[in-house]
Write a protein of this length. Structure first.
Length: 276
């Protein structure tokens, strides 16, 4: 079976863990690194015949339209990561709607394709922001992939379903794809992306993907371009934050290479299409 590959396209100065160091006004003065990092991923995906969903910030698409076209021309899905990487938990309904709408308009404009999906910055669709699904649906999207069914200090709906579900009672066509977890000793264990993917050994990741596949569930992998960039500026973060943020970036491309070789990969769009 095919698993789902996704990339959250943002710069090295966008993640929540470093955002206190980079107020919005400073972004234009930061060294741009995203284009080279995405191109590195595109090359690997091409070599491995892997198709992916790219959840892209509107801010990025505005600056590098040719990058978005390149991603789209290679058959990957263009989806939204919002405009300015603000967590939904820090916005009200109207602010979130404006931010998301702005990103959808830019991405559609640049790619010439309809945008179907959204991933919230820092998985910030949580219990207190469950109103977000209605906003996302009302802007014409078909799916969301923002829920992490785990306990975490920044995000998570620990008791959310571990498999795709319909979060809106009045709309069975709108789907939530929660991040992959394994159920071990009564607990949901994350493994499929970001720091989890970098910290766990390849053997464990392989076992986790195969375990989900044996239950007929596709694994969802999520990565960020900056997680493959050894030369990015190293920032003064606290100990835990630093570990989560920079651990094993050096070996991450090789690990991804192994995963792309060992399994078949597709986008959410293609997966949705196959189901309907
Ligand atoms: Zn992000």
């Amino acid at each position: 079976m095919k698993n789902i590959l996704s990339v959250d396209v943002e710069e090295w100065f966008h993640p929540e863990a470093v955002q206190h160091l980079f107020p919005r006004e400073s972004w234009n003065d930061c060294e741009p690194r995203v284009v080279a990092n995405v191109d590195k991923l595109l090359e690997l995906f091409e070599k491995k015949s892997a198709t992916a969903t790219f959840f892209i910030l509107g801010w990025i698409a505005e600056r590098y339209p040719e990058l978005i076209q390149r991603i789209s021309d290679r058959g990957h899905e263009i989806a939204s990561h919002g405009y300015s990487h603000r967590m939904v938990t820090k916005l009200d309904r109207k602010e979130f709607g404006n931010d998301l709408n702005q990103s959808i308009e830019i991405l559609q404009d640049v790619s010439g394709k309809r945008i179907l999906g959204f991933r919230a910055p820092t998985f910030s669709v949580v219990k207190q922001t469950s109103w977000a699904w209605e906003v996302i649906r009302n802007l014409g999207l078909k799916y969301d992939s923002s829920v992490y069914p785990i306990h975490h200090d920044r995000y998570g709906i620990p008791d959310a379903p571990r498999q795709k579900y319909q979060p809106l009672d009045d709309d069975p066509d709108f789907i939530e794809y929660p991040m992959s977890t394994l159920r071990i000793l009564g607990k949901n264990i994350p493994f499929g992306g970001g720091g989890y993917l970098r910290i766990f050994p390849l053997k464990f990741t392989n076992w986790a993907i195969s375990k989900l596949n044996s239950e007929n569930i596709p694994a969802i992998i999520f990565i960020h371009p900056w997680e493959f960039d050894e030369k990015q500026p190293v920032l003064p973060l606290g100990r835990i934050s630093k570990t989560r943020h920079y651990f094993n970036i050096k070996n991450n491309l090789l690990k991804l290479d192994h995963l792309l070789t060992g399994y078949r990969w597709t986008s959410f769009e293609e997966y949705l299409g196959k189901e309907n």
